[in-house]
Design a protein around this ligand. Structure first.
Ligand SMILES: NC(=O)c1ccc[n+]([C@@H]2O[C@H](COP(=O)([O-])OP(=O)(O)OC[C@H]3O[C@@H](n4cnc5c(N)ncnc54)[C@H](O)[C@@H]3O)[C@@H](O)[C@H]2O)c1
Length: 314
């Protein structure tokens, strides 16, 4: 099993390290345009192998030769947010980067599965899908695992319980329009709605929606520990054919009455990538929120089309 991580910056290096520590791949290759940087980080990680106890071989490169025959590729190459920026502000620049790296990668790994991390996530996943020529089930975006991770962490904190017992579902785009679903959130099998009052749940939902921005405001750039771990968890599910049920940005063309877009929905994740989209029953409010989120993603896709027509993006 071989995993390529494109972009060896904060999220990419963390994802590579998390994959190595899970010991699910024989090889992890990090690619970046910065000379020496992916090679140096790879060496540093390799030297932590004897301490952590993983056998994964980690290498760094500035070209795509060493990535050939990868099983999974995590695309983190792209600009991150700075304070005051929305994820959508990254659209033009990151489209060029994500489209370009995808084309170069798929040449040597035509049978792989791609996990996109770069923002704006739902649109960048569409860009990678178009550039790869892959079937939709082998391209997906990482956002829901991170966003539910944040949601679960805040719930565990509010209840003073183990994070391991909190399960949550969250749908929609990766941004302010995401749709956390407290009705489908449980603590040790008990609906969270029986354990926390409405105001507390509302506050946690709002904090989850703004959790990425909360970190950008504190650090001046976007998060990487949880995003890297989330991409690695998805990679593990694919490599081990775990059939995990995880929220991922998957291609919807009919599911939830949504059409021709990648957006966060619960999926079954295994060797074939997105093996199934799980359709859960939604209340009319939840459906309205999901539709509003999908509209936002469609708006971004229209912006992308316009920028292409105006020649702003190649
Ligand atoms: N989906 C999510 O939930 C989520 C979470 C956090 C960050 N992100 C996004 O992930 C992306 C990366 O964030 P980061 O914090 O790691 O940024 P970073 O700046 O630390 O790393 C990005 C890396 O990409 C590299 N890069 C740029 N162009 C490249 C190219 N053409 N080929 C190869 N490498 C290239 C850069 O040299 C840099 O090392 C950003 O777009 C950020 O917004 C998404």
């Amino acid at each position: 099993m071989k995993v390529t991580v494109i972009g060896a910056g904060n999220v990419g290096a963390t994802a590579a390290e998390c994959v190595a520590r899970l010991d699910v791949a024989q090889e992890v290759v990090m690619v970046d345009i910065k000379e020496g940087m992916p090679q140096g980080k790879a060496l540093d990680m390799m030297e932590s192998g004897p301490i952590h106890g993983f056998d994964t071989r980690i290498t760094g490169t500035n070209d795509y030769g060493p990535t050939e025959n990868s099983d999974v590729c995590i695309i983190t190459a792209g600009l991150p947010r700075s304070p005051g920026m929305s994820r959508d502000d990254l659209l033009a620049k990151n489209t060029e980067i994500v489209g370009g790296v995808t084309e170069q990668f798929v040449e040597g790994s035509p049978d792989s599965t791609i996990i996109v991390v770069a923002n704006p996530l739902d649109v960048m996943t569409y860009v990678a899908y178009e550039a790869s020529g892959f079937p939709t089930h082998r391209v997906m975006g990482m956002a829901g695992v991170l966003d539910t991770g944040r949601f679960r962490a805040f719930i565990a904190d509010a209840l003073d319980v183990s994070i391991r017992d909190v399960q949550a579902l969250l749908m929609g785009g990766h941004g302010d329009t995401m749709v956390p679903l407290p009705r489908y959130t449980t603590v040790g099998g008990i609906p969270v709605t029986q354990l926390l009052d409405d105001d507390t749940i509302d506050n946690i939902v709002e904090r989850t929606k703004g959790a990425g921005g909360e970190i950008v405001d504190l650090m001046g750039t976007s998060a990487w520990y949880a995003p890297g771990a989330a991409a690695a968890e998805m990679t593990e599910a694919i490599l081990k054919d775990n059939k995990r049920i995880l929220p991922c940005a998957a291609y919807c063309d009919g599911a939830y009455d949504l059409h021709d877009l990648f957006i966060g929905v619960p999926v079954k994740l295994g060797t074939d990538g997105v093996e199934e989209i799980i359709e859960v029953e939604l209340s009319s409010d939840e459906r309205d929120s999901l539709e509003a989120s999908a509209e936002h993603v469609h708006g971004n896709l229209e912006d992308l089309e316009r920028l292409r027509e105006e020649g702003e993006i190649g």
